[in-house]
Design a protein. Structure first.
Length: 458
């Protein structure tokens, strides 16, 4: 005969009073009559659950129908609205929008007078979704995707030196930038002493509608082929589209020509610091956006820092936030051009007025032959890389500026061509420019004082 398990009836009491009542009922052998507090609460929770379920169903139905009603048949309303959104530097009327919450960033939206009284729906920008456009609807703004209708059909432009692939969306920027870049490339070859027949291949540029993973002026697809970002993808840049594109192409061309010049002139890697200075000088010697920061940077390094009393707060270049923001359009930080700034808190700690580098900018030429040690090699002092002043590239760039100002830009190819034939400035300067090192350094410092010492930064 199987043993039957005992039947146990559970009652859950919410407080001592209910517990005593349940004990009294159990002792009398009677079952509780009517719903307990627990049962009443359970019924209430079930009722609330059904109410929430009903409300969620209504909300889902309303959203589905409203989305279907507002989904645009085309991503862009008109050509005029495309032009306005594509060039963030264009003037925009002020639109009152609620302040963004943390982690969100409001994107500007061009409004017409007819729709200025409508409420604007604030959209947030998510980096993983790349760039966004907007289409006006009766309730505000509706985000649309950057599809083929936005970019237009592919186009191709061939010049004397380049083949440029782009979309119709960027046709105006490409046709405006191409002549300027053609002249810039020809000047680069002349300055670095490259004969026109050195490389007869046409360089290929692809103006890409794809969003890069980080701040970068260009990507090297293969030798002589560069991918640059479409100017339509720069959000918040207060610059014309052709200037954005031209600066990207210029950065790619400078690196390309320097690599070619090092091969042509058989310059050793120990001259790399001089080529870095030539690159910075060349970028500063243009009408492109990054050249506008030359005065700020040189004045900061040679006049603002040394003249600051010790104990003062860290001194950074004039218009430092704007300087960082504009360099970030093409570069991870200014230090990518050997400008000693990374646009983080490290700048403040490094450039204290009483620091050794702040008080002693370079006024003597650094050695022409600078050994470069591989990661697994060290010199006799146990250093992986030779010690150098963080402002060395700026110093050499201003020295090259002095050479060009004094002897003429047509003499610059002689300087570049001599880098591989001389081991020091003491032999190079007298042979090429008929001046001693002391005379060249004195002239350089006088040039710095005359050019930057009294010049104000606006």
């Amino acid at each position: 005969m199987r043993r039957q398990p005992p039947l146990v009836e559970w009652h859950i009491a919410q407080d001592d009073a209910e517990w005593e009542r349940l004990r009294a009922q159990a002792a009398a052998g009677a079952k509780p009559v009517g719903p307990t507090v627990y049962n009443r609460r359970r019924l209430a929770l079930l009722l609330v659950f059904f109410l929430i379920l009903a409300g969620a169903g209504g909300w889902w139905w309303q959203r589905t129908t409203s989305d279907a009603a507002l989904t645009p048949t085309a991503p862009i309303v008109s050509t005029e609205s495309q032009q306005t959104i594509a060039h963030p530097g264009a003037a925009r009327p002020a639109v009152a929008t609620p302040p963004p919450t943390p982690g969100e960033r409001s994107l500007p939206l061009q409004r017409t007078e007819a729709s200025s009284s409508q409420e604007v729906v604030r959209m947030t920008s998510h980096p993983e979704q790349a760039h966004h456009t907007y289409q006006d609807v009766s309730t505000g703004a509706l985000r649309t995707a950057l599809d083929a209708a936005f970019w237009g059909p592919p186009r191709r432009l061939e010049t004397t030196s380049f083949i440029i692939h782009f979309r119709h969306r960027d046709a105006r920027a490409v046709t405006r930038a191409a002549p300027e870049i053609e002249v810039f490339y020809s000047t680069l070859q002349e300055n670095f002493g490259l004969p026109l027949a050195w490389d007869e291949r046409k360089l290929v540029f692809v103006v890409s509608e794809g969003q890069p993973s980080g701040p970068t002026a260009y990507q090297l697809a293969e030798e002589g082929q560069f991918i640059v970002r479409s100017p339509s993808l720069y959000e918040g840049a207060q610059l014309a589209a052709d200037m954005l594109l031209a600066q990207s192409m210029a950065l790619a061309l400078v690196d390309h020509v320097i690599a070619q010049a090092a091969i042509y002139h058989t310059a050793h890697s120990s001259r790399r610091h001089v080529f870095d200075a030539l690159r910075l000088w060349q970028l500063w010697n243009t009408d492109l956006p990054l050249a506008a920061w030359r005065v700020d940077i040189v004045r900061w390094l040679y006049f603002d820092l040394p003249g600051a009393p010790p104990g003062q707060a860290p001194i950074l270049p004039a218009r430092y936030p704007a300087l960082c923001a504009e360099h970030a359009l093409w570069l991870p930080y200014p230090a990518a051009l050997q400008i000693p700034l990374v646009c983080t808190n490290l700048d403040q700690s490094k450039w204290q007025p009483d620091s050794r580098y702040a008080q002693t900018p370079l006024r003597r030429l650094p050695r022409l032959w600078a050994p470069v040690f591989l990661d697994e090699e060290v010199d006799a002092h146990g250093r992986t890389y030779p010690e150098k002043h963080p402002g060395e590239t700026i110093a050499l760039a201003t020295f090259i500026e002095y050479i060009v100002f004094t002897f003429g830009q047509e003499r610059l190819p002689e300087l570049v061509g001599s880098l591989g034939r001389h081991e020091s400035w003491r032999t190079l300067l007298p042979v090429v420019f008929d001046v001693s090192v002391a005379e060249a350094e004195a002239g350089w410092q006088a040039h710095l004082q005359a050019t930057y010492g009294q010049q104000s930064v606006e």
